[in-house]
Design a protein around this ligand. Sequence first.
Ligand code: RIB
Length: 300
Amino acid sequence: MDNMKKILVIGSANADMVISSPKMPEIGETITGSGFTVNAGGKGFNQAVALSKLGGNVTFIGAVGNDANSEILAAAAKEYNVTYDVIRLETAPTGVAVVTVVNGDNFIVLDPGANGALTPALIDEKEDLLSQADIVVVQLEIPVETVLHLCKKAKQYGSYVVLNPAPYTKLPAEIFSLIDLIIPNEHEAEGLCGFPVDTKQACIKAIDRIKAKGIKNVIITLGKKGCAFSNGKQVVFRQAEESIAVDTTSAGDTFIGAFCVKLSEGKTYQEAIDFASKAAAITVSREGAAKSIPYAHEIQ
Ligand code: RIB
């Protein structure tokens, strides 16, 4: 364990309120769904769980409230062996995501709660962890000024910085030179580039555009169409693994966690993407967020 690269995930932790529904209701309509559960989720937390379940040496930093939902996250961190270093706030509740699953697709509305109160000053309280991290993984469910602040610190300490720009928020120009790898999906890539990223040509153009902003390495995830990546001159496309979609929640988080585990083991981008694609295919075949992420031994 001691020789393993240290990965730090800084991001959101949510209680996911999940219900399956035969369709999305019309305005003013009430319909009956089924299978209501409350689970641990949040893009940051899910990515930390993926890293842990798939063999990474991971610590998670986030903010939660002092409430019952925070206990769900603490219990999940224990179950999935995530080193969990959260800040417990009295001033805001734990983040909540209301997830409706319709035919395997998900529709999410979230209240960031404590995630939105994770300030740069609170990050400074965790400077020790930042200074020791080899890889820092961050998303956009915490304030952008905090993301910018921690990217600056991470770069100062020589870490490899991975940004998942989800959900898409306009980014300050100075952040791009601080990021080593960006992993948007097609919608976030559209936000970054200003045009739809819905064809191979558009993917190539988007990757060029993102690189021109100052990020050397780009992976665009494309859901059931796989992904496009570039960590050199070429753009390479990889198909997704076959899978029957039950619930796509946290498929992207699984991909990112799985990819970063292999990166931390010194594997190539191609090898890491093969592993991440297999892991994400398993996640979509199961219900839930953190709980649907596979363990390393489940991946052939
Ligand atoms: O990426 C999936 C996650 O997005 C869910 O777990 C939900 O909490 C939202 O943050």
